[in-house]
Design a protein around this ligand. Structure first.
Ligand SMILES: Nc1nc2c(c(=O)[nH]1)N[C@H]1C(S)=C(S)[C@@H](COP(=O)(O)OP(=O)(O)OC[C@H]3O[C@@H](n4cnc5c(=O)[nH]c(N)nc54)[C@H](O)[C@@H]3O)O[C@H]1N2
Ligand SMILES: Nc1nc2c(c(=O)[nH]1)N[C@H]1C(S)=C(S)[C@@H](COP(=O)(O)OP(=O)(O)OC[C@H]3O[C@@H](n4cnc5c(=O)[nH]c(N)nc54)[C@H](O)[C@@H]3O)O[C@H]1N2
Ligand code: SF4
Ligand SMILES: [Mo]
Length: 730
């Protein structure tokens, strides 16, 4: 028996809980919270606690696999063969169709080392900015909100602010289910200081809303009306920090004029709530000595997602509530390393160190750092997530490399996304598991080592950069994501992929952040391995790290001032009508993680909520003859699915809710994204997952089996495949 143990960061949510992992004979046997960890102080939620059960499962992908053209059969291949095939196929596609014909679609679940190398490979060396991430479905609106209002991305706050705040606004976030360990800290603060006021703005009476002093159950998509109404009331009450506004902001006069045209009564009508709720919210915010706001997908996943972010920040600027303990706009990050992805430039407009491809100075700096000729990096942003899948369907894009995300469940308007995957000439999927809904479309499957099987670095919601140790050996020949990317770079004979260790990749990356707002240059690989975690900015090796940004009230805009941005209310893209008379909103439940490739295998978690359900208000159920547990069909302009009804007054009349977790690998065609709309925020290009119009009816006949047709065409890279096959198999 060989018991060994080590520490890592939970690979689920952006809270970033530090876990202590124990293994016996290379199998995980226990996961506990680390007592002195700054984020979780020993706590874990049930997903984290059951983590050890999801690593060693029968569906682990242990060997690279290649698909026989025109069939659904995969056969195992050696790494040599698989990597030669990937390199040969990418080279063939780029030579035949040009660099814009390939894309990398990654995720906030890749470690920073992998994201950094993906960017270097595609943006630096292959010459295409088509690298995007599922963060486009998630944090893109928050990124653009911070950049436009404050001058740079990066939450200015930290978790300890909870202990200093006197008023906490939670808008479009269900913290009790989605960021449970942080919600525990909010609850503990409330218990210690009952005068702390908690406001929750959410169309549903969630567990989070139940813990609030004030719940505003606004209609999906009406947040701008709410936020502008509250801002107007703050102005009327004189609850404004004039000195802060004068010294540290621009655009106040224009914003005040805009607010003069705002009628709080009309705003309340737009939100479908009593005007008194807006007055109560303004009173709580206006009288707070430290005002902290948390927001997440209810703000971001909207065609006005960036504007919602700007309008939340407007409230903080009006009241001077930023850059000091207990105050600030705190966008909650979804995934364990979505922050790292932002820092390393995964999004299609970005470069490492919060740089952009559009900025000639930024391009030149990165080209120099990478030792590439001037002009190597393309000056125009690449395709974003939804655009990638649109371009795959039209044939503009030919090849896609997908890592650490399951787009065949998580993209909006899923029938479109699946048509795109079917049409693609080359699909490479890099995942620890097979099959997944996405891996079934792959031509080449690359087995990824996952949590506890590799070392790596990630950044959580509060800018805390943390190191995770390798504790066990990956199954079969699975390898860390960064190693796979580096191997392909070397096979393509590209410069700059000669790394022997994870630490070398990290040290190269941190160097490129020097002098940038997310300066991590003082966070060396050695320091991270000794000190375990450090908060950026951390510009030197003796710097202790920074819990907060903007403590000096200086913002990274050209004039050093934060900007007021007047943002009028705009309705969601799709409105209910006679045919599709209800609004559908979507989100999470506490026991499951995204598309269930891991949490769906833990019976203790599955038991909590074994199957998908539609939340519908009793009035809407009654008019449709629907009773609790009836199977209902939910239909939008894009698709239809059948689930059981949960009749509840936790949701407003006219609104329905489905969780995003169920797909159709283990489940029966119940992916919510068959229904959702792919309308995008024009600035952040984030889709409107939180609002579309649906019809709901009672349903009886049995459901049909799902079949996915396999592509039959001969792809342009099939020669590469044929050559590669001749090399010996394992
Ligand atoms: N258990 C669990 N936790 C998770 C995840 C998971 O899959 N499972 N995923 C992680 C990830 S990647 C993310 S991004 C986060 C997301 O974390 P959250 O954003 O908190 O989660 P959601 O449930 O998507 O949405 C939050 C709330 O927004 C509300 N909402 C819908 N429309 C609107 C609207 O127009 N306005 C307002 N104000 N509210 C609205 C919904 O009713 C819902 O309660 O969770 C992370 N944590
Ligand atoms: N309707 C609706 N749709 C949504 C949302 C919503 O609120 N409503 N939310 C959106 C948001 S915010 C998000 S973040 C997305 C999430 O959507 P996805 O990213 O598609 O969901 P996951 O199930 O987390 O997929 C992660 C994949 O990575 C694999 N994986 C795990 N660890 C590793 C690793 O170390 N390396 C590699 N290579 N692979 C690994 C897992 O097995 C899994 O297949 O969904 C989006 N879709
Ligand atoms: S709160 Fe998030 S990071 Fe912490 S254990 Fe739960 S899922 Fe993991
Ligand atoms: Mo997310």
């Amino acid at each position: 028996m060989s018991v060994h143990s080590g520490e890592g960061i939970c690979p689920y949510c952006g809270v970033g809980c530090r876990v202590w992992v124990e293994a016996d004979d290379n199998r995980l046997i226990r996961v506990n919270g680390v007592a002195d960890a700054p984020a979780n102080r020993g706590r874990l939620c049930p997903k984290g606690g059951h983590l050890w059960r999801v690593i060693d499962t029968p569906d682990r992908l242990t060997q690279p696999q290649l698909r026989r053209p025109g069939t659904s059969e995969f056969h195992p291949a050696s790494w040599e063969t698989a990597l030669d095939t990937v390199a040969g196929a990418l080279r063939a596609v780029v030579e035949h169709y040009g660099p814009e014909s390939v894309a990398f679609y990654g995720s906030g679940q890749l470690d920073t080392e992998a994201v950094y190398l993906a960017g270097k490979l595609f943006k630096g060396c292959l010459g295409t900015n088509n690298t995007d991430s599922n963060s486009r479905l998630c944090m893109a609106s928050a990124v653009a909100g911070y950049v436009t209002s404050l001058g740079s991305d990066g939450p200015p706050t930290c978790y300890d602010d909870i202990d200093h705040a006197t008023c906490i606004l939670v808008l479009g976030a269900n913290m009790a289910d989605a960021h449970p360990v942080i919600w525990d800290r909010v609850r503990a603060a409330k218990k210690a200081r009952p005068q702390l006021s908690i406001l929750v703005v959410d169309p549903r009476r969630t567990k989070t809303a139940e813990g609030a002093d004030l719940h505003v159950p606004l209609l999906p998509g009406s947040d701008l009306a709410f936020l502008n109404g509250v801002a107007r009331l703050l102005l009327d009450r004189g609850a404004i920090d004039r000195a802060f506004v004068e010294r540290h902001t621009t655009g106040f006069e224009e914003f005040a004029r805009f607010l003069e045209g705002i009628d709080p009564e009309a705003c309340a009508r737009e939100c479908g709530v009593e005007p008194g709720l807006l007055h109560q919210a303004a009173s709580a915010i206006g009288s707070a000595s430290a005002f902290l706001s948390f927001y997440s997908m209810g703000a971001n996943q909207s065609t006005v997602g960036v504007w919602k972010n700007n309008s939340i920040i407007n409230l903080h600027l009006l009241t001077g509530q930023i850059g000091r303990p207990g105050a600030g706009p705190f966008s909650l990050t979804g995934q364990p390393n979505a922050m790292g992805g932002r820092e390393a430039g995964m999004l299609c407009h970005a470069l490492p160190g919060y740089r952009t491809v559009a900025d000639p100075g930024h391009r030149a700096e990165v080209e120099r750092y990478w030792g590439l000729p001037e002009g190597s990096i393309c000056p125009t942003p690449g395709l974003s997530a939804v655009e990638i899948f649109r371009a795959l369907e039209t044939g503009k894009l030919k090849a896609i490399w997908i890592a650490a995300t399951n787009p065949a469940v998580s993209l909006p308007d899923l029938h479109q996304a699946r048509r795109a995957l079917e049409r693609a000439e080359l699909v490479i999927v890099q995942d620890p598991y097979h099959p997944t809904e996405t891996s079934r479309y792959a031509h080449i499957l690359l087995p990824a080592a996952q949590f506890s099987e590799k070392e790596g670095t990630s950044t959580n919601s509060e800018r805390m950069v943390s190191f995770s140790e390798q504790i066990v050996v990956p199954p079969g020949v699975a390898r860390p994501d960064w190693e796979i990317l580096a191997e392909v770079g070397r096979r393509l004979e590209l410069p700059g992929f000669e790394f022997a260790t994870t630490a070398q990749v990290w040290d190269e990356f941190r160097g490129i952040t020097a002098g940038r707002p997310c300066d991590m240059s003082g966070i060396t690989a050695g320091r991270l391995r000794r000190e375990r975690h450090l908060q950026w900015p951390c510009p030197s090796e003796t710097h202790p790290g920074s819990p907060r940004l903007y403590s000096d009230r200086h913002f990274p805009t050209p004039d050093g001032r934060a900007r007021f941005l007047p943002r009028p209310h705009m309705p969601p893209r799709e409105q209910p009508d006679r045919e599709f008379s209800l609004l559908l909103t979507t989100g999470r439940i506490s026991s499951q993680w995204h598309t269930r490739t891991r949490t769906g295998k833990v019976k203790q978690l599955v038991r909590a909520e074994p199957e998908p359900f539609l939340e519908i208000h009793p009035d809407d159920a009654q008019t449709r003859g629907i009773e609790e547990n009836d199977v209902v069909s939910v239909t939008s302009r894009r698709g239809c699915l059948k689930v059981r009804a949960r009749v509840t007054d936790r949701i407003a009349p006219g609104v329905t809710f489905l969780a995003m977790h169920w797909g159709d690998l283990f489940d029966n065609e119940t992916a919510v994204n068959y229904l959702t709309i792919s309308a995008l925020d024009p600035i952040s290009l984030e889709p409107e997952f939180k609002c579309c119009a649906v019809a709901v009816e009672r349903w009886e006949p049995p459901s049909e089996e799902l079949t996915i047709p396999w592509p039959a065409r001969r792809p342009v890279w099939s020669r590469a495949l044929a050559t590669a096959r001749r090399s010996p198999e394992p």
